[in-house]
Design a protein around this ligand. Sequence first.
Ligand code: 9MG
Length: 289
Amino acid sequence: MVNTITCGARTLDLSRPRIMGVLNVTPDSFSDGGQLYRNGRVDTDALLKRAEQMLGEGADILDVGGESTRPGATVVSEAEELDRVVTAVEALDQHYDTVISVDTSTPSVMRESAKCGAGLLNDVRGFQRPQALQTAADSGLALCVMHMQGEPDTMQTAPTYNDVVQDIAEFLSQRLADLGAVGIDLDRVIIDPGFGFGKTAKQNYELLARLEILSNLGQPVLVGLSRKSMISSVLDRPPEQRMVASVALALMAVERGARIVRAHDVGATFDALSMWQTARHALSQSQPS
Ligand code: 9MG
């Protein structure tokens, strides 16, 4: 498996777990909507302030999203998504030397983001929309291919699998073959099981427990567990009070091979991953007595 991944003009070293900070420039994302998008536009000052805070706390990637994938979210027009994302990517690229990821399934957004500084395309629909695969190939950027069963509005109605982990491994393997078939070098591809996207809480926990199966597919694994509703099946907490639980889940994922963790609470995630890495290193250096 690769230890570095080229993300446009920048490179990401994956020899230790990395953190992707979440920057939603939407009015209605499930846990942080409206903080960076006010009065009908991206609040660039607030965006840059949050980005600076995340980078200071240890984020390696900033993930910009202009469309909420929360069930019931308002449908956003292509023009609106494009305007939100391009505004945010341009501002981030001008101010910070970091990998900028764009959370989108829309080919025109992928194309324009690539022109203004994005390094990674993060598609929760796994590049399955018409033209998405070819656009991703043409971009030359790093790609994150995620699994989702169904579409955001209906995905939680009755998610069904024969074996949740094997089914997702098969889906991701097929997507890797599809990406390879259009000439995409798999050295620039990250895979993601898509926690919470068409999965019951039980299925999410099984997926996490057996995540090693996906880590063994040969591609870096990214996980998004931060503030997800699988936490509320155990703890009755609103999204903004799920930090400790999110960090605990992130550690479990990293222990099972995840290389990138998508997080809202970057500082807490960084501290926990630093402790994990230090203890891991000590274990590898220790002599059996
Ligand atoms: C945009 N987004 C929301 N949740 C996500 C997750 O779990 N993974 C990825 N790659 N993107 C996500």
